[in-house]
Design a protein around this ligand. Structure first.
Ligand SMILES: [Zn+2]
Length: 166
């Protein structure tokens, strides 16, 4: 997929097409996006009903909107201060995100927000180490966590090792 294809205003006919595009962003361009938030058509229609609106979306669309964020979204863990939920293990305040919602005027899904800039390296040398790519035992997980914390330095290491090959 051409990177230019994922941009604000890009249209999708179905939710499956969105998922497919996000999967390709991960597999071909190494963006570690995970689904972050969504509103089902059911919830959307219920809300419309509650507000007296006649507008309804077809159940087959499945979602009124869906958003994705980088696995490194969120506030970094503060050392020695309480226990944070599991999903914050990799938090690096990364702002990369996608937000796609159904535009009932255009009768298609449209990308409303598209930020593909990460605050950490992405690439084939980093992606396979994420826990959603491998099943990890506790020790290994800690190791990867440290690795990800050191992510900005990792790029340098990769550069050095490639220089060595030349
Ligand atoms: Zn990121």
């Amino acid at each position: 997929m051409d990177m230019a294809e994922m941009a604000v205003g890009r249209g999708f006919e179905t939710y499956e097409e969105i998922e497919e595009a996000v999967k390709r962003l991960e597999n071909e361009h190494y963006h570690p996006f995970r689904r972050f938030n969504s509103q089902s058509v059911k919830e959307y229609n219920q809300r419309r009903e509650n507000t007296g609106s006649n507008l309804r979306l077809a159940e087959s669309l499945k979602f009124a909107f869906v958003s994705y964020r980088c696995v490194h979204y969120g506030e970094p863990r503060k050392r020695g201060k309480g226990v944070r939920p599991t999903q914050h293990h990799f938090a690096l305040k990364c702002q990369a995100e996608l937000y796609v919602s159904y535009n009932h005027h255009a009768r298609k899904f449209e990308v409303q927000k598209c930020n593909l800039e990460h605050c950490h390296p992405i690439g084939p040398e980093v992606l396979p180490h994420y826990p959603f790519k491998r099943r990890l035992a506790g020790d290994e997980l800690k190791e990867i966590e440290d690795l990800v914390t050191l992510a900005p330095k990792l790029k340098l290491v990769c550069m050095k090792s490639s220089q060595r090959c030349l």
